[in-house]
Structures are given as structure tokens and as C-alpha cells.
Design a protein around this ligand. Sequence first.
Ligand SMILES: Cc1ncc(COP(=O)(O)O)c(C=O)c1O
Length: 280
Amino acid sequence: MVDNFIQNIREESPTLQKKIFLNHASRGPLHGITQKAIQEYSEYWGEFDFEESNKVFQEARGKFGKLINAKEEEIVFTRDVTSGSRLAANMINYDDKSNIVCYWNDYVAQVYQALFLKKTKNIEYRPVPDQKNCVVAEEFANKIDKNTKLVLLSHVQWLSGCRADVKEIAKIAHENDALIAIDSIQSSGALVNDVKEWGVDFLTCGTAKWLLGANQAGYFYIKEDHISEFDPPFAGYHGVDPGSHDQPYWNVNELIYVEGVSKFMDTNPSDFLFLVKVWI
Ligand SMILES: Cc1ncc(COP(=O)(O)O)c(C=O)c1O
């Protein structure tokens, strides 16, 4: 049965008909459904319609939400894992005792957020050691304390394939009033991701791996309770309410965010997100 399953995947992928794909934890091979979505999108582009495109984006948010057991109202588009990790890491208020915790050898989409905040704001970075190449909750418990503001962690490690016990690490973070952001790019589409069961605050993902999509098309989950608690840490325009004013379109006198999660959208979403219409 597994053989048939794998055989079907091979037959549906133009890449796998020509090459043997050894998973290198980078991008995935082209799948037939993605190829079909790209072809459909090129036709759609010729007839581009803003209202229709908004509907497609709305639907895509719902689909990403379903994938990780979140509500559509908790999902916003981003470009990649890094933009989501960066968003989470920069929304938080730090003081001179604060620290950030990451697995020492995690993907740099995580580690570099901690190193950036260390460099620019002198926030303490606490790298967590592994045990035999694996991420273990016990080592996180040794590093997280009441001054920890954020834990950044991949669900599945890019180098070792090790799966973290996200639920347990989230529990340790919350017991210390810290928040936790999960990078799910090495697992979304391949393994069950359940943000409610895990109890995480943020999740960041791109579509280029197990979701069979493209680079520069990603999504970010922010737990409903945090949406009003945080504001976007960077200026953008997509999450701004043009409002009613005497300017031609955008309000150029004042920055007023839209209600809800969309305030975290900075610019236009990636055209590759249109593909979600067909591929997820
Ligand atoms: C765990 C992990 N996170 C993130 C990425 C990619 O980051 P980004 O989407 O920001 O390019 C990779 C790519 O290999 C990865 O393995």
C-alpha cells in the first residue's frame, strides 16, 4: 500500500519522472498539482480581477488555518519563515533583563533573530544544547526563566530531522510567562501541526517544502488573544486602513491599522499564494 502511495506521487511529479529526489531539506520537487496551479494562474493573470483575487486570498487563509488547526482570523500572509520569525521577535517588548531562547543549531531563521536583537538591543541570547543531536524539553527547561520573553524553535530540525516536543516546550515557556514561536516549514504538509494542541503563540511557515509550493509565499499564525495585544513592529501599507479622509487614497497624515490580524500584512501578498486555490 505504501508502495502504491509512493508510486502515485512519483507518477504525478514531472521532476520525479526524470530524477531521483534525495530529500536535502531544501526545496521540494515540482508536483503535478503545483504545475497545474501555475498554468491556471497564468491564465487567471491575464484576466486579473481584484475582487476575485481577494476571495482567493481569503480562501487561502482558511486553508492554511485548517492545516494547523487555526482560525482564518489568526492567519496572515508573509513571504517566508524568516519574515514570520522576525515579526514575532520584534513585536515583543524587551527590557534590560530579557532573554531569548533557541536551540543552538536551529535553522538561522530562528537563531539570527536572537543574534540580531543581541546586536541591536543587547538582549541576552541563550542557546540551548542538544542531546545526541536532538532537541529535548529538559534542556529548554534549563535555559528558560522568568526573564525569557520568547522561545523560537523549529518543529522539525533541518539538519537532523529531530522532532521537538512542542507541547512540552510551550508549557515550560508559558509557565515562565514567555511566548513561543514555531517554525513548521520542515513539517507542515508532512506531519500533523496543531497550534491549539501544542498551545503555541506564533507559527511561521513557507510553502516551498512539504506544501509543494514556491519560495516567497508563506503564512504566519498569531494566537487570537495576541492580535490586539501587539502592533506591527515595521511600517507597511497593506494592514493600514485607508479610512475616510481628503487624501486621494491612502491616509498620508496618520497610520491607522485595520482591525484584526490583517494589520500584520505589510505589502501585497505573493502571487504564488494564488496557487493555493488549486494545490492545497
Ligand atoms: C527549519 C527551516 N526554517 C526555515 C527555512 C527557510 O527559511 P526561509 O523561508 O526564511 O527562507 C528552512 C530552509 O531550509 C528550514 O529548514
